[in-house]
Write a new protein. Structure first.
Ligand SMILES: Cc1cc2nc3c(=O)[nH]c(=O)nc-3n(C[C@H](O)[C@H](O)[C@H](O)COP(=O)(O)OP(=O)(O)OC[C@H]3O[C@@H](n4cnc5c(N)ncnc54)[C@H](O)[C@@H]3O)c2cc1C
Length: 290
């Protein structure tokens, strides 16, 4: 099938893009096109105007400071291959290894992944795990959206039609933290049925002082397993504590769809949380200087 008719626009500057988003009725941003184009071609989505932001300067790049800031148009392959990011936040590259295929990562962007907001998207999970702030701009000015306030419904981000994501900030755990991102999908490169990401940081006494666990694919948005995180805090993340946190993952609400039942998703959440926490614990420096 072919997309229904639309007008194509290619702004050269951010101001021009924002102007188009404000004035054109029924406009959608085109980033990597890896989700929008199939949606248009299959006629799941209908638009009057496509605003292609691929020629707009200043929307890509990775800056590592106290937080990590990634420009919206940064390609997934650049994020995956960035050595400084891999050293500071290895869980990001681990998650990106599961995103689509080489050719989809060559075009796909982090802003597009968050704009599309598939419930099982790994980068949406990473944003939730790492307490992301989504930086948004429109002609009305900039806005910062905490990831907790970002999902408004199924594949519905907290974005007005005239707004564009310009970057994402991630809050990394302390240096030396352990990490893991694992998923179960029907085939490699497919969206996950369930994915689990975790980071664990330990103090000098070997006790957990920062625990983060995210479950993806369970509902309309990734879910932080807050009770499991609280349970691990102050422990040495010994096997019994990990088992207890994994047990909590099996008790979360989950959806049923053509891929898997609610019961199977909850089972997967428990198994993957157990594996991910065990792996993260093994990778952590446990408060020792590395
Ligand atoms: C075969 C295949 C397998 C895939 N497998 C996976 C997978 O396993 N995991 C996964 O997460 N994804 C997967 N994807 C999707 C892929 O990662 C896309 O790259 C991603 O979902 C969208 O990124 P994009 O840059 O291509 O965005 P586009 O397709 O250009 O846009 C997607 C949506 O986001 C909006 N948007 C784009 N940029 C912005 C912005 N800056 N501000 C506001 N809105 C914006 C668009 O208007 C559109 O609604 C797969 C895609 C394909 C084709």
């Amino acid at each position: 099938m072919k997309a229904s008719r639309f007008d194509y626009h290619r702004p050269a500057t951010r101001a021009e893009a924002l102007d188009m988003l404000q004035t054109l009725e029924g406009a959608k941003i085109l980033a990597g096109g890896q989700s929008l184009v199939p949606m248009l071609n299959m006629r799941y989505a209908f638009v009057d105007h496509v605003v292609d932001i691929n020629r707009v300067d200043g929307l890509s790049g990775i800056e590592i400071g106290g937080n990590v800031r990634i420009g919206a148009m940064t390609r997934q392959r650049h994020i995956l291959a960035d050595p400084a990011l891999k050293a500071r936040l290895p869980v990001v590259a681990a998650a990106l290894g599961f995103v689509g295929h080489l050719h989809t990562r060559n075009r796909g962007t982090i802003g597009g992944s968050l704009g599309h907001m598939d419930p099982a998207a790994e980068l949406f999970g990473i944003a939730t795990l790492l307490d992301a702030t989504i930086h948004v701009e429109s002609k009305r000015g900039p806005r910062a959206v905490a990831i907790a306030d970002y999902p408004q419904g199924y594949m519905t981000p907290n974005l007005d039609p005239d707004e564009m994501i310009v970057g994402i900030s991630l809050a990394p755990p302390a240096e030396g933290h352990g990490w893991s991102f694992i998923e179960f999908a029907q085939r490699h490169g497919d969206f996950a049925v369930v994915a689990v990401g975790t980071t664990l940081a330990f103090d000098a006494a070997g006790k957990v002082n920062d625990a983060r666990i995210v479950l993806c694919g369970m509902g309309i948005a990734p879910l932080r397993l807050a009770a499991g995180e609280a349970l691990l805090m102050g422990t040495a993340a010994e096997p019994a504590a990990i088992a207890a946190a994994a047990d909590l993952a099996t008790r979360q609400d989950a959806m049923s769809d053509a891929l898997a039942s609610e019961r199977y998703r909850r089972h997967l959440a428990g198994v993957l949380t157990h594996r991910a926490l065990t792996e993260a614990r093994a990778r952590a420096s446990h408060g020792k200087v590395q």
